[in-house]
Write a protein that binds this ligand. Structure first.
Ligand code: A2P
Length: 273
């Protein structure tokens, strides 16, 4: 039974979404999104820079599922932030997706000019063109700066989070301010070694679950939105099959203790793209 969270503007968001970063455009993305929707996912997380918005939209149409029953996120890329093109870029994303709105539009990174991008996104939101707006890769200091001038509180902050790098202080700050945390690279990312950690296998054995399922369940119990990526239908299904068990407090703490404090991905205070 998939869990739903409610964003600070009342919009409902399914807690598990399919992430499609590094999922090639075309058949691969279409098959992955279709497999997810057939399995029961109702939340797809893409971005302009992933280059696969068109395939995401095609799969949504092909699924035959009503648009309003699927939560779709996309993101404003850094070049468009720097160029002051938030509104144009939003329309371009809609055109590629073949949709007339998205459920959540995010500032992808705090690139130079993000403050103006936020004001433009507030306009899109006030005009009813997008259901909710939020940010991604914002640190606490970015959120504090935003709070100084924003008229809309971000609905979400999508940040790197996994048992290796749990980002807990930032997640706690977000929770205290009504900002839903979304975890990217929730399984430790492509080429990561997290899922091979024997501690996860040992915990999983007690519940009859895989390391990936243990990690996804750990995110769910921390109350964050989790966006696992896979191109394999079998894994896509497995990653959604986490609602028939609960990790004990002891196991939650054991996974919490795996935090190394080291990021896999880029540092939002020092990125060059
Ligand atoms: P693949 O797409 O080949 O299945 P993250 O979501 O943290 O970015 O991690 C995704 C990585 O984990 C991808 O390399 C993905 O590979 C792999 N992956 C996704 N689901 C599972 C799973 N259930 N078991 C093992 N590996 C998985």
């Amino acid at each position: 039974n998939p869990m739903l969270l409610t964003l600070n503007n009342g919009t409902v968001i399914p807690q598990i979404g399919l992430g499609v970063f590094q999922t090639p455009d075309g058949e691969t993305t279409e098959q992955a999104v279709l497999a997810a929707l057939e399995t029961g996912y109702r939340h797809i997380d893409t971005a302009m820079i992933y280059g696969n918005e068109a395939s995401v939209g095609a799969a949504i149409r092909e699924s035959g599922i009503a648009r309003e029953d699927i939560f779709v996120t996309t993101k404003l890329w850094n070049n468009d932030i720097r160029a002051g093109r938030a509104k144009e870029a939003y329309q371009e994303s809609l055109d590629r997706l073949g949709l007339d709105y998205v459920d959540l539009y995010l500032v992808h990174w705090p690139a130079a000019g993000w403050q103006q991008a936020w004001k433009d996104m507030e306009d899109l939101y006030q005009q009813g063109k997008v259901k909710a707006i939020g940010v991604s890769n914002f640190q606490r200091h970015h959120l504090e700066e935003l709070a100084q001038f924003a008229t809309v509180t971000p609905a979400a902050d999508q940040i790197e989070s996994s048992p290796q790098f749990d980002n807990r202080a930032l997640a706690d700050y977000c929770a205290a301010h009504g900002i839903v945390v979304e975890a990217w690279s929730p399984l430790g990312g492509t080429g990561g070694s997290l899922l091979a950690d024997p501690r996860l296998a040992a915990i999983g054995e007690r519940y009859g679950k895989s390391p990936a399922q243990v990690v996804i369940r750990w995110h769910v119990q921390h109350g964050v939105v989790v966006l696992p990526k896979s191109v394999h239908a079998e894994r896509i299904a497995q990653n959604f099959d986490v609602f028939d068990f609960a990790l004990s407090d002891e196991d939650m703490h054991a996974i919490d203790a795996m935090n190394t404090g080291k990021r896999n991905g880029a540092d939002p205070d020092n990125f060059n793209f």
